[in-house]
Design a protein around this ligand. Structure first.
Ligand SMILES: NC(=O)c1ccc[n+]([C@@H]2O[C@H](COP(=O)([O-])OP(=O)(O)OC[C@H]3O[C@@H](n4cnc5c(N)ncnc54)[C@H](O)[C@@H]3O)[C@@H](O)[C@H]2O)c1
Length: 374
């Protein structure tokens, strides 16, 4: 993608610009010198399907299903089941684990006793550099983050740096880590970014749709029992003038009735990429029996969790700029500096917000960091 090679961008974000990469104060913790990093190295291997699947039943195990339902149907997953209860801790791959949701999730799961691997291309840090943006909170490199985590807790989080659109890399990662579950946050997640120009629109859809498609194929080929947890967005539904149902709606038409996927009305190329993801996930659940939970949820807010508060090198990012800053973060920062709050749309939208803090107990599954904070 041309825009990933260039260092300049035609948009101006002057009101929110700040130099990124502020130095951290001296680390008071003695950090280890090594930890596990895996990167793609071997030539492309021909993929061989494990086992014969022609006879597998075509049942949708879970799409857009409530997490609690899924957990009760699957006793292997869920925070109620302590990893210590079993002889072998569950292995969770967090794709996009260097990002806002992924970093907090990876630490939380590691702290709970799961074996965790972060997979990330670090492309988000590249976006920041290219657009002249940065987190309001100083964030350490992923390497220093993981060293610090190891020093404080003694726990190792494996790191695989690479692009999930590269199926060779993803295959190696799956075969090396052998996940029991994949939590997939690894997408370009800004609607404004996807609307800057053609190149970024194309990048967003290619990155998100192909990345997720590759994850689905990797599960099918290498880890067919693996549970996928994918974060979509409420924006997939748009703003219809009727209640939004959980995934499906029952419709009567010309005397016949059916329960169909709820119509999606995305309003950016980013949101459209999420709709395509959801369709691909639902399709592979039906066609291959993939086990997936596709969460179409609202904005996450907040910075601190029990784990990210342990040390300044574990701080999570706080985006407040016009491209990656989410609404509540921006409102808070604007209020703090006496800047008028930005009005989004007509200013009348009501939305659900999720707090990132883990102070409340984890709701029923290992996969959700967020608790409903009314
Ligand atoms: N932040 C929110 O409020 C919110 C709300 C609803 C849904 N979501 C969804 O949650 C996910 C994570 O959001 P976030 O706020 O943590 O975003 P983020 O930009 O902070 O993190 C995304 C991470 O994924 C990585 N990534 C992107 N493409 C990749 C690829 N092809 N291969 C490997 N790594 C890749 C990036 O480098 C980054 O570290 C996104 O899918 C987003 O749409 C976020």
């Amino acid at each position: 993608m041309a825009h990933l090679m260039s260092t300049s961008c035609s948009i101006k974000i002057s009101s929110s610009y700040r130099p990124c990469g502020q130095p951290l104060s001296q680390d008071r913790t003695v950090l280890p010198n090594s930890f596990t990093i895996k990167t793609s190295k071997s030539p492309f291997k021909r993929l061989v399907s494990k086992g014969h699947r022609a006879g597998r039943s075509c049942v949708v195990l879970a799409t857009a299903a409530s997490v609690s339902k899924e957990v009760s149907a699957n006793p292997r997953s869920g925070s109620d089941r302590s990893p210590n209860d079993s002889s072998k801790p569950q292995r969770v791959m967090v794709i996009g684990g260097d990002g806002y949701c992924g970093w907090a999730t990876a630490l939380h799961l590691s702290n709970k006793g799961y074996e965790v691997a972060i997979v990330d291309s670090l492309v988000r840090r590249l976006f920041d550099h290219q657009l002249g943006l940065g987190s309001l909170t100083p964030i350490s490199s992923i390497h220093n983050r993981l060293r610090c985590w190891k020093a404080i807790t003694g726990k190792t989080i494996e790191l695989y740096i690479g692009d999930i659109c590269d199926f060779e890399f993803l295959s190696e990662t799956f075969n090396s880590f052998e996940p029991d579950a994949v939590v997939h946050f690894g997408e370009q997640r800004s609607a404004p970014y996807s609307m800057i120009d053609r190149s970024r629109a194309v990048f967003t859809q290619k990155n998100n749709v192909i990345g997720t498609l590759n994850v689905l194929f990797a599960i099918k080929e290498f880890r067919e029992e693996c549970h996928l947890v994918k974060l979509g967005t409420m924006g997939e539904y748009g703003t219809p003038n009727i209640d939004i149902e959980e995934g499906y709606i029952t419709i009567s038409h010309n005397g016949r009735t059916d329960t169909l996927p709820y119509p999606k009305q995305a309003s950016s190329f980013y949101h459209l990429s999420k709709v395509h993801d959801s369709n691909n996930i639902a399709f592979t659940c039906k066609a291959w029996g993939i086990r997936a939970t596709d969460l179409n949820q609202g904005v996450v807010y907040g910075v601190k969790t029990d784990e990210t508060s342990m040390h300044e090198q574990l701080y999570n990012r706080l985006d407040y700029d016009g491209v990656f800053g989410t609404a509540l973060n921006r409102f808070c920062v604007q209020a703090a500096v006496g800047h008028p709050l930005t009005v989004y749309g007509k200013g009348g939208q009501v939305s659900v917000l999720f707090q990132i803090s883990t102070k409340a107990s984890m709701p029923s599954t290992f996969c959700l960091l967020f608790h409903f904070d009314k």
